[in-house]
Design a protein around this ligand. Structure first.
Ligand code: PEP
Ligand code: MG
Length: 325
């Protein structure tokens, strides 16, 4: 089976009915680039930059960020990379985060990710400047974690304009059209996806947090992980809303939570209209095998039918129905 999967690496990722699907990689460390490329990733849909802040008591400066992004871009040979700005908090806490004064008793609902970055511009600016400068070196997209409202988005966009002027004055290059996107991983953001989509170049659904926040289950608490259910009707509706917001506003929507790399959900997500999947590199070929064999039109028709019955049937039946050959 491994050999059969390896043979898929060079095949274009098209469904049986000829729809192109982007299968992208989630990277956490620079060395993940090799696995991503070996498994034929079309790009990086999520580069988590938290490791740059871990196990140290100072903060990375702009040059350190830039050197790291430049190395990644060089290693990727022209495929695009989506760099996510710092998402520190809860399970990803580090010295820098602690110094920023978070002693919240419920950190998942506290000053995390974009919230922390907007409160601490000195933490945020060097990374934003470095991502802008990296965009002169290859195809880069910038992605914001844990967006909750349009005010956050507008604040970041204004900051980016300001930093572009600064770089102009310093004679430093960047891609003036650097795409900026938001992760949709807070239920409020999914419900307001159209408003966010109006301002963004792309959206990416973070199901790990979307499920945590929608179902009110701490993703780190084993006592409640039996409730973790990507097929809960509430989750499916939020995913569908987000994909539809992207379609209505004509911007791409990807998914970079674990759900995108889980073969049980590939046909369902194709049926919901998802066309970009980002996952841990080890899952790329398993998902590709399913995509190559799928008829997206048929899946969309059947998913729409099943959605009409969402409140009357057990969601696991919906999956079974879609996953039958
Ligand atoms: C997510 O929440 O689904 C996600 C991709 O981000 P992280 O797992 O890094 O929070
Ligand atoms: Mg997340």
């Amino acid at each position: 089976r491994q050999r059969r999967l390896r043979e898929l690496v060079s095949r274009p990722t098209l469904t049986r009915n000829g729809v192109a699907i982007d299968l992208l990689a989630n990277l956490e460390l620079p060395e993940d680039v090799r696995t991503a490329k070996a498994n034929g990733a079309a790009g990086v849909g999520l580069y988590r930059t938290e490791f740059l802040y871990m196990n140290r008591d100072d903060l990375p400066d702009e040059e350190e960020h830039l050197a790291n992004y430049a190395e990644m871009i060089a290693g990727l040979d022209g495929i695009p990379i989506t760099i996510r700005t710092l998402d520190l908090g809860v399970e990803k806490g580090c010295e820098a985060f602690v110094r920023c004064g978070s002693n919240a008793c419920n950190p998942a609902l506290g000053l995390r990710a974009i919230r922390l970055c907007l409160k601490e511009p000195e933490l945020f600016r060097p990374q934003l400047r470095a991502i802008l400068r990296a965009s002169a070196l290859g195809p880069v997209r910038l992605m914001l974690p844990l967006v909750t409202n349009v005010h956050e988005v507008d604040t970041v966009l204004a900051l980016i304009v300001q930093l572009k002027h600064q770089l102009d004055r310093e004679g430093l290059r960047y891609d003036p059209a650097l795409p900026v996107g938001a992760m949709i991983e807070v239920p409020a953001a999914a419900l307001a996806a159209r408003a966010i989509a109006h301002r963004m170049d792309f959206l990416s659904i973070g199901t790990n947090d979307l499920i945590q926040y929608t179902l009110a289950i701490d993703r780190l608490d084993d006592a409640v992980n039996y409730l973790f259910d990507p097929t809960h009707p509430a989750i499916l509706r939020l995913i569908r809303m987000t994909i539809e917001a992207g379609r209505a506003l004509n911007i791409p929507v990807s998914m970079c939570g674990e759900m995108a790399g889980d073969p049980r959900f590939t046909r369902l997500l194709l049926g919901l209209g998802l066309r970009e999947f980002s996952m841990q590199p080890g899952a790329l070929l398993d998902i590709k095998e399913i995509v190559l064999d799928a008829d997206s039109r048929e899946l969309q028709r059947r998913t729409a039918q099943l959605f009409d019955l969402l409140d009357e049937t057990d969601p696991s039946h919906l999956l079974e129905a879609l996953n039958q050959a």
